[in-house]
Design a binder for this molecule. Structure first.
Ligand code: GSH
Length: 259
């Protein structure tokens, strides 16, 4: 499908990791899946708010943070670019603007179910976050690391290192994570051919969708952090549920290219 605008859209992206590390996350997977050209502008996490304010953007209503990335700036033939904020809104915008039927992030009829899925897996209550978030400052550059440590510590009401369980509590937390993945796995088993499904390793079975981009985006993050006590979270998760999550990752690998 030809794009309707000829100038390359710009994706403003949070710079996770050290200066030389570019981490692919959901909007990028969607852009790559849709084979859309784009350029990335990397913004360090501690400069997100000031950058977006400088662009004249208003604070986001109803969001945990007033200014977040990614955003996309899609040039128009005349006039200012169209700015879309938030990963899901970006994916919806891209489907609407570049509607290649074979490459929709939201295949027909799946919008509400995918929104429900997103709501389910991004729940603040997940046992996973206390295991992952406190490890993030160590993967960031200095300014970003300090900002992340302080802002998330404020949010959680304690220094981040205290938010991560240790010893027996750590193992109990992993049991909780395992239970969450077991539940998700039990739903996804319904895609199996012997259960009357279409087969395949994606959330929608045999085709990629925004839901995969979100989940695999989390997996990528979990592969980048490391605890002295229990190692890299992704290393545990990839082996759960007969390797379902690793298969999903592999299926999405072709959309992870960082441009
Ligand atoms: N729901 C939003 C959340 C995005 C989000 O939390 N982005 C982080 C970086 S990956 C951010 O911009 N944080 C700003 C901050 O921590 O000040 C989305 O998916 O677009």
């Amino acid at each position: 499908m030809e794009s309707t605008v000829s100038i390359t859209p710009q994706l403003l992206y949070a710079q996770w990791g050290r200066a030389d590390e570019r981490i692919p996350s959901p909007s990028r997977l969607v852009l790559n899946y849709k084979r859309l050209p784009y350029k990335t502008v990397w913004v360090s996490i501690h400069e997100v708010a000031s950058t977006l304010r400088d662009l004249g953007l208003e604070p986001l209503q109803g969001s945990l943070f007033e200014y977040t990335l990614p955003i996309i700036a899609d040039p128009t033939p005349s006039g200012p670019p169209i700015i879309v904020r938030d990963s899901m809104a970006i994916a919806q915008y891209l489907d609407k603007t570049y509607p290649d039927e074979q490459r929709l992030a939201f295949p027909s009829g799946s919008q509400a179910l995918q929104a429900l899925f997103l709501n389910h897996i991004s729940s603040q209550r997940s046992a996973l976050w206390p295991l992952v978030i406190p490890l993030i400052p160590a993967m960031l550059n200095e300014g970003a690391s300090q900002y992340y440590y302080e802002s998330r510590g404020r949010l959680w009401g304690m220094p981040l290192e205290q938010a991560r369980p240790t010893g027996e509590k750590l193992e109990a937390a992993w049991e909780g994570v395992k239970a969450e993945f077991d539940l998700l796995d039990s739903f996804l088993e319904k895609n199996d051919v012997q259960s009357g499904g279409v087969g395949g390793d994606f959330i929608m079975g045999n085709r990629f969708s925004f839901a995969d981009a979100i989940l695999v985006g989390y997996f990528i993050l979990m592969s980048k952090v490391k605890s002295d006590e229990d190692g890299i979270p992704w290393e545990r998760i990839r082996g759960m549920n007969n390797g379902r999550w690793e298969r999903m990752w592999k299926k999405c690998e072709e959309f992870m290219e960082v441009k």
